[in-house]
Write a protein that binds this ligand. Structure first.
Ligand code: ADP
Ligand code: MG
Ligand code: ZN
Length: 477
């Protein structure tokens, strides 16, 4: 039996507002425990919540960017449960009337565009945090995070593989960062993802029973946890067993998911409309005002990059994954108008160096104009493409201009025909055996001669001229 995976993701994004969802406390990350709290967010009796207008604006903005309809009338509800990090005994969330519904995100998989449906985007408040480390025999509670605005984005079960899941979260993260509504930091937990996954016989109409996986704080973990979980469920079905509906925890050290609790149903939470808040009425004028502030979003930019610069879909997708990267690319083009070459350098050498140190392009010392100047040096035959890679790495480490490095290290390309001929003749003289074999038809040896020239010139000989002169000297033409 062939099975396919069915995946739906629930992403929680902490909003970049200065204050909390229903009180004036700061949302700053990493402060001393319990220094950013007040009677509202620690759930004292008799206090009243007040909605944070900015958080609502951010949610509308996100809804618009995800092609959703914005509800003119929505409502907050109480979701009741007990946990030590939730002093009120309930979380203010949205249930039957969320702010945004029915949209989609486009992802690129194997070069093709796929649409993943968005079920809803709603607003809620975050809970506090229990701290277990470094305290013997006790757990402490930090309520700085309690009441921080949290946006939940729920996808349709349209995702079919761990790879697509990671791609979806990356796309969503990129959109949230373009909008400036969430910093997208998965390690610090400002972007968190729960994955619902089930499997079914290929092309079966009905969905299988799902498990919900929590605790994945990187794209790699999302991928690994789902790969593991899909295999686990397949194993159960193949043995004739049944998957149970439950919440499972990803254990990154062991590389497995473990059962945490059987899944609670919505009615377990006793949702009811929040009596301390009026319904949320959003006028179309406000929606239109927010629509005007939307930046050019990644997918629009991607299409523009394809049309305007003739880039392959793949390049355009990668370059627009963050606004900073897209800006870097376009700034570079101001001084050097060959888009594909610029794209190759950014996606190749620059990304390789950034990834090595886990850095973002904002931290790159090489300014776009400096990359452009270096590319000009290649075109002007001052340096070869190969030497350029070494020069670029140097620029990356030191922030110096390409020309300064080239001069300092004596890397200027040798394009002087006489000088190259002299070296070729020397090599021909030293290797009579190879010359004879080459002339007898062993054409592969051409590479050997090129290699020798490059070796003797420390890679500085102009490759095109070397090729031409070698052919002439070896008697090809
Ligand atoms: P629950 O009530 O258990 O929270 P929801 O209907 O709210 O379930 O869906 C939560 C998430 O699970 C959504 O992203 C949805 O797309 C996904 N989902 C629902 N059913 C399935 C299924 N059978 N397999 C995989 N994902 C599913
Ligand atoms: Mg749910
Ligand atoms: Zn507070």
């Amino acid at each position: 039996m062939q099975y396919e995976a069915v995946i739906g993701l629930e992403v929680h994004a902490q909003l970049l507002t200065k204050s909390k969802m229903f009180c004036g406390c700061s949302t700053k990350f990493g402060s001393e425990p319990n220094t950013q709290t007040c009677p509202v967010c620690i759930g004292m009796p008799g206090v009243l919540p007040v909605m944070n207008r900015k958080a609502i604006e951010f949610t509308i903005k996100t809804g618009l960017a995800l092609n959703c309809s914005i509800a003119s009338y929505s409502r907050f509800s109480r979701k009741n449960y007990f946990y030590p990090d939730l002093p009120k005994g309930y979380q203010i969330s949205q249930y039957e009337l969320p702010i945004a519904t029915v949209g989609y995100i486009e992802i690129v998989v194997d070069g093709a565009i796929r649409r993943i449906g968005i079920t809803r985007v709603h607003l809620e408040e975050d809970a506090g945090k229990n701290i277990h480390e470094g305290i013997a025999g006790a757990s402490h509670v930090d309520l700085n995070r309690a009441g921080v605005p949290l946006m939940e984005i729920v996808s349709e079960p349209d995702i079919r593989s761990p790879e697509e899941s990671a791609e979806y979260v990356m796309k969503l993260r990129s959109i949230l960062r373009y909008l400036g509504v969430c910093d997208g930091n998965m390690e610090q937990g400002s972007l968190r993802c729960d994955a619902n996954v089930s499997i079914r016989p290929v092309r079966a109409g009905e969905l299988g029973i799902k498990a919900e996986i929590k605790n994945m704080n990187s794209f790699k973990h999302v991928r690994q946890a789902l790969e593991y979980e899909i295999e686990r469920q397949k194993g159960i079905l193949e043995e004739g067993g049944k998957v149970v509906q439950e919440t499972r925890l990803w254990d990154p050290d062991k590389g497995i998911t473990v059962s945490m609790r059987t899944k609670e149903e919505a009615h377990d939470y006793r949702y009811f409309p929040e009596p301390d808040l009026v319904p949320l009425v959003i006028g179309s004028d406000w929606i239109e005002e927010i629509r005007k502030t939307l930046p050019e979003l990644p997918y629009v930019k991607r299409e523009r990059f394809v049309k305007e610069y003739g880039l392959p879909e793949y390049d355009a997708d990668l370059l627009t994954s963050s606004k900073a990267m897209a800006d870097y690319f376009e700034l570079c083009l101001k001084d050097y108008v060959q888009p594909k070459i610029v794209s190759n350098w950014i996606m190749g050498e620059l990304m390789r160096l950034l990834n090595q140190e886990n850095k973002e392009i904002e931290e790159c010392q090489v300014l776009p104009g400096q990359l452009a100047e270096m590319l000009k040096l290649i075109d002007e035959d001052v340096i070869s493409g190969k030497i350029a890679k070494a020069v670029f790495e140097d620029m990356y480490r030191t922030g110096k201009d390409a020309i300064a490095i080239v001069k300092e290290k004596g890397l200027i390309q040798i394009s002087d025909e006489n000088e190259i001929l002299r070296i070729i003749d020397q090599i021909i003289g030293e290797n009579p055996g190879q010359v004879a074999e080459y002339k007898a038809g062993k054409e592969k040896l051409f590479g050997f001669f090129v290699g020798r020239v490059m070796n003797l010139t420390q890679g500085k000989a102009n490759p095109a001229i070397v090729n031409e002169l070698l052919k002439r000297r070896l008697g090809d033409n």
